[in-house]
Design a protein around this ligand. Structure first.
Ligand code: NAD
Length: 320
């Protein structure tokens, strides 16, 4: 007789494996992709993974993801390809290169890229994918590594509605929220707008908390005021940059295991490129880009982006 745990697993597995798209190729098994692929495998999909890092492949294999030696091998015969990769260039090469996804996936396959990239990247890939008889959608994510691990990510997708609808069983197996934002590339636009605002409010929170504390306020009292007044935001409620006030915030664990400063720099640079291309003024976004870059060049790129609070504090403690 199946144990209670086994029964639960079977129920969940059946729920997702009823989708026609059962065979998934997963490209990029890093901090995010490793957990996302593991969640697909856990929920009944057959997952073949590819990553140039042997360590990443071995780790994913422990979670039910079959290792392959190339993109071509991973995507061969797959119903759906999901990728989450580091940069514009890596994504373009992975999809459009001669050994890449479009060349080697089967006709009728659905291709989903969850990397954070310039909106023009998915716009370049879509016509080539359609030409060779495949669907393609951009579906970047928010929620970080914890969201990837716990399958609570928010997906913001761009592309044809039929492709979005088809992607839903997979997106639901990896996350808690799914948005169809519009045409191809619009998922990336939503992602960049979200992360630019997160970068700006994060820095504003650090600056205002530091000023209030330096002026003599009890940090707890100040945070309580902000969280019950008009300045309340995700940064004050969930992600307070001052250590010890929100126990689950990265600031309370020495700014480790959060959203790395180098990633906010990447996203703000992509947002700056988008804004420049469409001539949309982003004065605050531009200043934040520069300041987070300085944090990175001082050697704190691996720390959570709320580390800016420490640099402001240090500076305000110097004798003027
Ligand atoms: P990561 O560096 O941990 O993982 C990327 C993986 O891709 C690596 O394992 C790398 O070896 C692999 N890779 C490189 N080239 C490849 C190729 N040609 N084929 C297959 N795999 C390849 O990065 P991450 O933190 O997992 O982030 C991945 C993407 O997700 C980025 O675009 C990032 O901006 C975005 N993102 C990250 C977070 C986060 O909190 N880490 C949150 C939201 C979005």
């Amino acid at each position: 007789m199946a144990s209670r745990g086994t029964q639960c697993f079977l129920t969940v597995a059946r729920k997702y494996s009823s989708s026609a798209d059962k065979n998934v190729a997963f490209l990029g098994l890093g901090n995010m992709g490793g957990f996302m692929a593991a969640n697909l495998a856990k929920k009944g999909f057959t997952v073949r993974g590819y990553d140039p890092s042997t360590e990443a492949l071995n780790e994913a294999a422990k979670n039910g993801v079959t290792s392959t030696k190339s993109i071509a091998e991973a995507v061969d015969g797959a119903d759906v390809v999901v990728s989450i990769l580091p940069s514009n260039k890596v994504v373009l090469d992975a999809y459009l290169g001669k050994d890449g996804v479009v060349a080697h996936s089967r006709k009728g396959a659905l291709l989903i890229d969850s990397s954070t990239v310039d909106p023009n990247v998915p716009r370049q890939i879509l016509p080539v994918a359609l030409e060779s008889g495949k669907g393609f959608a951009d579906a970047p994510v928010s929620g970080g590594v914890m969201g990837a691990q716990n399958a609570t990510l928010a997906f913001m997708a761009g592309g044809r509605k039929e492709d979005f609808d088809r992607s839903l069983p997979l997106l639901k197996a990896m996350g808690a929220k799914q948005f169809h934002c519009g045409d191809i590339g619009s998922g990336q636009v939503a992602k960049l707008a979200n992360n630019m605002l997160m970068g700006i409010t994060g820095m504003a929170t650090a600056e205002c908390m530091n000023m209030g504390i330096k002026a003599g306020l009890d940090p707890k009292v100040l945070l309580d005021v902000l969280n019950n007044s008009s300045a309340r935001s995700w940064s004050t409620e969930v992600y307070c940059p001052v250590p010890g006030l929100v126990p689950t915030a990265p600031s309370s664990r020495n700014y480790e295991n959060g959203f790395k400063n180098e990633l906010i720099v990447k996203d703000l640079e992509l947002a700056s490129g988008l804004a420049l291309a469409i001539r949309s003024p982003i004065p605050l976004g531009a200043v934040c880009t520069q300041i987070y870059r300085i944090v990175q060049s001082r050697g704190y790129g691996q720390k959570d982006f709320s580390y800016i609070f420490q640099l402001l504090k240090e500076d305000s403690e110097k004798k003027q």
